[in-house]
Design a protein around this ligand. Structure first.
Ligand code: NG1
Ligand code: ZN
Length: 531
């Protein structure tokens, strides 16, 4: 078939190392950048097929997020800006692992299974992070698209959430916004400025924020956005990529896992700081108190702040909309307790991985989802958005209701509903703190985290561990869960679970307990039970 001539030719330029097997995991393909050239080319092919079947624009993002600089990765973005569907994740793995001589057969197999109309036009948006390997690898994606006759638009350096946003804008004919980076800044910043106008007596301190850009794309984009903020937010940018190495001793993952500030950042007591990860889809906040003690405000604290704010606005607006918070097993027990018992909000727990949280959040009028590591956003159902809009446009309303409805409307506009977005989350958090006149210390004091510890354990085959109940209980190997239960009983307010990582060749162990020593001991004991 002549339509595949170009694929054959180009695949020779992007050959697969024989025998190499990679898996499309929780975050797409992710490994050392040297092993990824053929993967990128093939994902260009796959995205083109996906575009033909959905008759919509598909996204391909080249990034390895918080992984070290030497790694890279690739992720496909479906038409509404969401993660690609599970069936296509399987195709991605099949196509990636087909040996060089079997590539056309693997491609034709997908075309047949999905009854792809090959004469349908295809459009693929491509973005990349700042890694040294990203330019070469994103070119391989573009080669894949053109080998199948698809059209592509190269957005160049963008954050992961910006690419998701572009795909959604494009496929909703501009209803979600304009599919340009400039359009993204305009929409988010205008909403942020309108929200900020509701803050009374805002001091310069309140308007100041220190941002750790992880020496990555987020830093570049914050710089680009600054002029749109019209001085409503003063950002001091650290780890902006001018000197340090990407994600090295900095960034959201480092700060969350190490529970300490990034290097390269000066922190005065009480000062509000935040860190992005390497592709700017995660954010965590922190500060150091007058004694120099470091305090981390992770995804759970963010979810609590946002859901409290939204719930108060719904009450003021007199809107009866169902709001829920979606978490994973890694959510601190104190946050779940506070949300359920004090805030009286519905809490759902899902498996790790954004797609599971996103999916669960879609079941509510308003679904706030955050992983403890700082990845998250808020989803509003179409019906909820319409109700809020009607109320905001209703001129006969009394002041308080009208104000709440307008705040809700601008909150919707500042949020990137396609995926967790450090820039968008940052603007929303900053607006909420300003409106509430709240310091970071006051935000932190809403509830006290239970001390916790995360460990990684190397085992010969992590897949022997199988879990249930949103990964909170192990069903295999036999006896493991019983051993964990026995250990947990030794400590007060304790909880622990183990699960195989979806992105690294390790088993993750999580433990929390009344004291840090207990959490550390429990995590250690459980990790011994895993061997
Ligand atoms: P794994 O490696 O499956 O634990 C990690 C994070 C996830 C998610 C993915 C994708 C933790 C404990 N796990 O997954 O939350 O963000 O990476 O990046 O933080
Ligand atoms: Zn990331």
């Amino acid at each position: 078939m002549s339509e595949f001539q170009e694929v054959s030719k180009q695949s020779g330029v992007h050959p697969k190392p024989a025998g190499l097997v990679l898996q499309y995991g929780t975050a797409g393909f992710r490994t050392n950048a040297k092993l990824l050239d053929h993967i990128m080319f093939r994902m260009g092919l796959l995205a083109t097929l996906r575009s033909k079947t959905t008759k919509a624009t598909i996204g391909v993002m080249v990034t390895a997020s918080h992984n070290p600089e030497e790694d890279n990765g690739v992720k496909l973005v479906d038409p509404m800006g969401e993660m690609v569907s599970p069936t296509w994740e399987v195709y991605a793995t099949q196509l990636a692992n087909a040996e060089q001589e079997d590539l056309l057969a693997a491609l034709k197999d997908i075309i047949e299974k999905e009854a792809v109309n090959m004469s349908q036009e295809a459009k693929v948006f491509v973005g990349k992070d700042t890694r040294g390997s990203s330019a070469r690898l994103s070119q391989a994606v573009l080669d894949g698209v053109s080998a199948l006759g698809g059209h592509s638009k190269d957005y160049g350096l963008v954050t992961t959430p910006q690419l998701h946003y572009m795909v959604c804008c494009q496929n909703t004919q501009g209803k979600y916004g304009e599919a340009t980076v400039e359009g993204y800044y305009k929409k988010l910043c205008q909403a942020f400025i309108k929200l900020s106008k509701n803050a009374s007596n805002c001091t310069d301190d309140q308007k100041h924020l220190s941002v750790d850009g992880a020496n990555g794309i987020g830093a570049l984009k914050v710089r680009e956005m600054e002029s749109h903020l019209k001085k409503e937010l003063h950002i001091s940018l650290f780890n902006d990529g001018s000197e340090g190495k990407l994600n090295h001793q900095c960034g959201a993952d480092f700060v969350k896992v190490q529970q300490k500030p990034p290097t390269g950042m000066e922190i005065s007591p009480g000062e509000r700081c935040c860190s992005f990860d390497g592709d700017a889809d995660r954010i965590v906040y922190y500060y150091s108190d007058s004694e120099g003690t470091f305090h981390l405000l992770d995804g759970d604290k963010v979810a609590t702040l946002i859901s409290t704010f939204l719930k108060e606005l719904l009450t003021s607006a007199g809107l009866d909309l169902k709001i829920a918070v979606v978490q994973t097993a890694y959510a601190n027990g104190s946050s779940t307790n506070y949300l359920e018992n004090t805030m009286k909000v519905t809490v759902r727990c899902t498996k790790t991985g954004v797609k599971h949280l996103h999916h669960a959040a879609q079941e509510f009028d308003i679904g706030v989802y955050f992983e403890a590591n700082g990845h998250g956003t808020v989803l509003f159902s179409k019906a909820a958005e319409e109700k809020i809009q009607q109320l905001a446009e209703n001129s006969s309303l009394i002041d308080e209701k009208k104000r709440a409805a307008l705040l809700l409307q601008n909150t919707i506009n500042v949020i990137n509903q396609t995926v967790g977005d450090a820039i968008s989350d940052m603007l929303l958090i900053e607006a909420i703190l300003a409106i509430k006149g709240m310091t970071i210390h006051q935000w932190d004091a809403i509830y006290t985290d239970l001390p916790n510890r995360q460990l990684k354990v190397k085992v010969s085959d992590r897949r022997v561990i199988d879990t249930t109940d949103a990964e909170r209980r192990a069903v295999s190997p036999a006896g493991l869960q019983e051993a964990i239960d026995t250990l947990v009983k030794k400590y007060r307010k304790a909880r622990s679970f183990v699960r195989p990582s979806g992105t690294e060749d390790v088993v993750r162990v999580y433990a929390e307990a009344e004291t840090q020593d207990s959490a550390d001991d429990l995590a250690h004991e459980v990790s011994l039970a895993v061997y």
